[in-house]
Design a protein around this ligand. Structure first.
Ligand SMILES: [Zn+2]
Length: 298
């Protein structure tokens, strides 16, 4: 299988057109689909399946967000700001197939919203207003920070090392509201407290990954509304390793938004948490009693 980058200096230059939030969402979703398509084809080839013709990827300094001629310095003009996790397996630009000068990226474990993060976003809003159309919270499945928060919640006695380390604790503490929301939704779905069931932990991690992204999005939308009600829209999604997709529901459905608008209040957040629980529980015929939920986070 050949993957060919091809540069034609005489090809017409098409300027990027991202006039509004919908166009920004569309570009990110299409970029995630491009990333998935390329990886899918390579994985099929690994299995010995025919992948047909070479894959030709047109490229130029312009499409890479770089100057066409030597020595020039580009003006910073990202169309979206992304708050993502530091996890090395989820590089923001690669997941969305974006390049230089497209995204203003903030990465912190658990994609939580700290004051420094917020300061960076305010900088972007103030100085990059012309180009910035969207703010995205990007969570991911099997997140170590989310897992630490879940474990701290389930077994507080075993996590003295986190409790005594202020910087780490401040991260984990911020995820607790998502853990509690996910726990409440799971208990509502199942009808009873279930913290002693074998597979509860991994299910709670799966649900909390989505709820945590929604919580950060809700907080961020409120903060940005205080600054400017006409500012960029906030959306959120979660990267799933198996599907390679960014999606806002555990069960992928093409008709549903891949990047969903931030919940506006506690009720919308709670409704979303219950929706996520319903989908997680329906996937793979999950059964808490048999402990057959998804593999635990290592
Ligand atoms: Zn993470």
């Amino acid at each position: 299988m050949d993957v060919i980058y091809r540069y034609d200096p005489f090809a017409p230059i098409v300027a990027r057109q991202i006039p509004d939030a919908d166009a920004a969402i569309s570009e990110l979703v299409q970029g995630n689909d491009r990333f998935k398509s390329i990886v899918d084809r390579m994985q099929q080839h690994t299995l010995g399946e025919s992948t047909g013709e070479p894959m030709i990827l047109p490229m130029s300094p312009m499409t890479w967000g770089l100057p066409l001629f030597p020595g020039a310095v580009p003006t910073q003009a990202p169309f979206a700001a992304v708050l993502g996790c530091s996890d090395a397996r989820v590089p923001t630009e690669a997941v969305f197939d974006q390049t230089f000068n497209n995204l203003f990226v903030l990465r912190i474990a658990g994609n939580v919203l700290g004051s420094e993060c917020l300061g960076s976003l305010h900088y972007a809003l103030r100085n990059l207003k012309e180009s910035l159309k969207l703010v995205v919270v990007l969570g991911h499945a099997k997140c170590g920070a989310v897992t630490a928060a879940v474990d701290t919640n389930l077994s507080p006695d075993a996590y003295a090392n986190i409790a005594c380390t202020f910087p780490l604790r401040s991260l984990v503490d911020q995820i607790q509201i998502a853990v509690r929301g996910a726990t409440h939704a799971l208990e509502t779905y199942l009808g009873s407290p279930i913290t002693d069931k074998a597979a509860f932990r991994s299910t709670l991690v799966a649900v909390t990954s989505y709820v945590n992204a929604a919580v950060s999005a809700l907080e961020l939308q409120r903060e940005l509304d205080l600054y400017d009600k006409e500012g960029p829209r906030v959306v959120f999604g979660v990267y799933e390793f198996e599907s390679l997709r960014v999606q806002s529901s555990p069960e992928f459905r093409p008709e549903e938004p891949r990047l969903r608008s931030a919940p506006r209040n506690a009720k919308e957040l709670a409704d979303y948490a219950f929706e996520v629980v319903t989908e997680v529980m329906s996937l793979d015929n999950r059964d808490l009693e048999s402990g057959s939920l998804m593999a635990s986070q290592s």
